[in-house]
Design a protein around this ligand. Sequence first.
Ligand SMILES: Nc1ncnc2c1ncn2[C@@H]1O[C@H](COP(=O)(O)OP(=O)(O)OP(=O)(O)O)[C@@H](O)[C@H]1O
Ligand SMILES: [Mg+2]
Length: 164
Amino acid sequence: MPIYSASALDFISRAPEQTRRLGFRLGTLLTRGDVLALSGDLGAGKTTLVQGIAQGWGSTDSVSSPTFVLVNVYRRPDGALLHHMDAYRMQSALEAEDLDIEEMLATGALLVEWPERIAGALPKECLRVDLAYVAEEQRSLQFTPIGKRAEEIAREFKKLAFGG
Ligand SMILES: Nc1ncnc2c1ncn2[C@@H]1O[C@H](COP(=O)(O)OP(=O)(O)OP(=O)(O)O)[C@@H](O)[C@H]1O
Ligand SMILES: [Mg+2]
């Protein structure tokens, strides 16, 4: 059941490039300690969104799916790190606890694909992004902020995305 929130934002993307562009705008707003929880089926576009986020955030490192390594790290010139985790193959929050999420948040931002797999290990406050397949080239994206910092990101993102 979708969670009602006055500050939720909805988009329809009509091409992968459009999803990357949305990600780019969002990426410019992120800072150390920020968490994005990216939910959606296989192929919904989570990694595609992360490609744009990493660029907007200021990294020139290439983004690939961390399905087999669990966490990819992208750097930017000021030394901040963007941690890109894929929890699809994790069995429980316990497994995620070995990954030292505290350290990731101290050194940068954290983007998590399949966050529901390790819910207990993640901070409650985050920007939730729910992606869904609509048609071959169309995806829906819903952004739901949980907590004050995420609401601030969502407000700024709304201005960048809609100019309002
Ligand atoms: N509007 C769109 N936005 C994003 N991706 C799209 C869009 N239209 C088509 N696609 C395609 O859908 C696929 C999305 O794959 P992606 O790896 O981003 O999904 P994912 O959600 O990360 O999946 P997984 O759970 O397997 O990691 C890509 O092949 C991409 O080109
Ligand atoms: Mg992916």
